[in-house]
Design a binder for this molecule. Structure first.
Ligand SMILES: C[S@@+](CC[C@H](N)C(=O)[O-])C[C@H]1O[C@@H](n2cnc3c(N)ncnc32)[C@H](O)[C@@H]1O
Length: 297
């Protein structure tokens, strides 16, 4: 068989083999409790964010397809995936974010760990938690949402009735006086915030002390707009910094998140694992940065 004929034969049966390969990967994905078809497809797509299908030679000389781990080298998020992919669009090459929203980022993290509990503090009506569960993130876990407003909590409680397979506990919560008595004291916990510390003008040092006591093993990811607070020794200046800072000063939003975070690290309360400045798409007067930390115990 000539090389041309060999490739023709290979590509003719590409989808036959590709679907068979994906079907094998699906068996692993389907093992998570309460998995439905949509969740499984979502988890498979995330798996393919880290793997590529390549033809490999078999001992018999025939070619077959296999998943190979993608070899990323630069601009990696804490998730070990690049923040963006370059695609052709209209008449140019354009960067598309791999993490358009915090939920997309969290799902990659969740797939890499086996968290017993997922906690959002300042969660609105728990829309992030419902999305995490619906897309197959830690479906077995107990979910917790803390929220300042009564209206947000009520809305979350009603929505929970439409997610009967999801274990969700909702409670009022105030970042300014954090009460963690209703949150898990044991187990592996992922706790996150998303644009809710932004509204706390001066975050108290007790916030980090309290939150660091949740669970027996804890990872905290904070998607907050603190980019303008990060010193230039840690991350380069951004064209958005001046208007971002001005907007926050004008509306009395948060000015000390990064300062309190680093002071908590200096006091031996926590260890910062990553600071990703202005890395999720957002409004230009409120771009989203990411701080990832774990307690020092
Ligand atoms: C922009 S919304 C974001 C909601 C949710 N985190 C999300 O990403 O969809 C901000 C939320 O933070 C909450 N919030 C503001 N100040 C808070 C505080 N001191 N303690 C707890 N939640 C607070 C608000 O009530 C609101 O629900």
């Amino acid at each position: 068989m000539s090389e041309k004929e060999g490739f023709e034969a290979l590509w003719k049966k590409f989808y036959q083999d590709a679907w068979a390969l994906r079907h094998r990967a699906l068996q692993v994905v389907l093992q998570s409790p309460d998995c439905d078809a949509f969740m499984a497809c979502e988890r498979l797509k995330r798996f393919e964010g880290y793997h590529v299908i390549v033809p490999v030679d078999t001992p018999s000389g025939a070619k077959e397809f296999a998943f190979r781990k993608k070899l990323y080298t630069e601009d990696l998020a804490f998730t070990q995936r690049p923040f963006e992919d370059v695609r052709a669009y209209r008449d140019g090459k354009t960067s598309f974010p791999n993490y358009p929203r915090p939920v997309d980022y969290l799902l990659d993290i969740i797939d890499q760990h086996s968290f017993d509990s997922i906690v959002e503090l300042g969660g609105g009506y728990a829309q992030n938690l419902f999305a995490l569960h619906a897309r197959g993130g830690a479906t077995h876990a107990q979910f917790f949402m803390g929220e300042y407003t009564e209206s947000g909590c009520q809305m979350a409680q009603q929505l929970a009735q439409f997610a009967p397979k999801m274990k969700l506990k909702v409670s009022r919560f105030d970042h300014n006086a954090p009460d963690i008595s209703w949150l898990p004291k044991e187990g592996k916990v992922l706790c996150f915030t998303a644009h809710s510390i932004e509204q706390v003008h001066e975050l108290s040092p007790f916030f980090f002390e309290k939150v660091s006591q949740i669970g027996s093993e804890l990872l905290v990811i904070q998607f907050e707009p603190f980019g303008f607070q990060v010193p230039l020794s840690v991350a380069p200046a951004s064209q958005f910094d001046p208007q971002h800072k001005k907007f926050f000063e004008n509306v009395h939003w948060n000015l000390n998140f990064y300062d309190q975070l680093t002071k908590a690290q200096d006091r031996g309360i926590l260890q910062i694992l990553a600071i990703e400045k202005n890395r999720l798409p957002g409004d230009e007067s409120n771009p989203t940065s990411v701080a990832i930390w774990k307690p020092k115990r």
